[in-house]
Design a protein around this ligand. Sequence first.
Ligand code: UDX
Length: 437
Amino acid sequence: MKITVIGTGYVGLVTGVSLSEIGHYVTCIDIDERKVEQMRKGISPIFEPGLEDMMIKNIRQRRLAFETSYEKGLAEAEVIFIAVGTPQKEDGHANLTYIENVAEQIAEHIEKNAIVVTKSTVPVGTNDKIGEIIHSRLKADVNISIASNPEFLREGSAIHDTFHGDRIVIGTEDLQTRETLERVFEPFDIPIYHTDIRSAEMIKYASNAFLAAKISFINEISHICEKVGADVESVAHGMGLDKRIGNQFLKAGIGYGGSCFPKDTNALVQIAGHVAHDFELLKSVIKVNNYQQSMLVDKVLNRLGGVTGKTIALLGLSFKPNTDDMRDAPSIVIANRLAALDARMKAYDPIASGRASQLLPDAVEYHESIEDAVRGADAVMILTDWEDIKHFPLAAYQTLMAEPIIFDGRNCHSLKEAEQAGVEYVSIGRRAVIPAT
Ligand code: UDX
């Protein structure tokens, strides 16, 4: 089938490349000329395992092309995916300007009947609005139908998630559209759940809000664990054995970040507000997360009695491992707070330092290795559970610091390892390990 994907951010690019991999002819449109130039050469603008290889293969096999022109990119399309950003506005609402512009471009440039599928996360009812914009401008002899196909992929495992997802959700209003989209997605061999458009839009928000709630829940439990002498890792494990609860998204830490959870939870509070529903539970989820992101600094302050003039090593800067994405990363909140307290920071991240340096305060110095960041520091804060950071032996901090104190915001190490290494080790929801003097 001939497919056009508009927008080549995480969602759009991964969608386009994956659809070409299963045999469709895909054109990806982006208005950024430089980015399109790079993508034509098979260079991905984002760090995503497996993506570039798949791009190169499908460009060579002539199933994948990149375009800046809506006119060229849309003329032949049978199915059009909208995957442009819906950034958060100051007031928490989703900004729909890009989506609306794209709807106008589609109306202006399509030459034959097409299905317009929204992949971007949009408030309930937006697909109807997109339909209205397009219909009001369409040429007399062409028609469109509208569908919603929310995206559930995670950054860092986006290709894997696209090919091994738990479900594909398709919201449609007519049988023909439903059947055509079923044919588009069939080769993925993933269960397809068909529903109406508004429910599909809601499934995305409700899923992300639920996962965020799981994280905030276990983070709240972690505070109580610390006070009553329980271990949150054991508690989460024991809870997760109940299939009704499940063992995923129960990892206590310094809170969720990224491009989806913070934005989508805020947007859902707004959506609820518009229909006069005060979504108290979700507001608490957000509040807990905001606190969680900076709470590790409180632990550092309590232990060191202040950080003015002290050097803190920050290990990991991206909002999670396997991505260079810094959007809403807890490291931003933490570095800003430490900078305001006049601390010096030495940071290491295997790939996000470049992006981080544009966002973090000047007081942060960047280093190429864990050793360089940690050498001579007064305390270490582990902020992202990258493999190399997780596997950096606690005993090695002994040789790099005068008095090794590690604040682990991701519970990367066992308490036993900390005891054996003879370091001071403060983690989340577990007792602190203090070496015998
Ligand atoms: C998320 C959703 O998983 C995905 O379905 C949706 O489409 C987009 O948002 P992503 O933002 O890529 O994907 O990251 P994810 O792996 O879900 O992690 C989000 C954040 O939660 C990270 O900051 C991570 O560190 C944190 N997290 C995750 C926890 O703190 N504890 C957990 O148990 C799981």
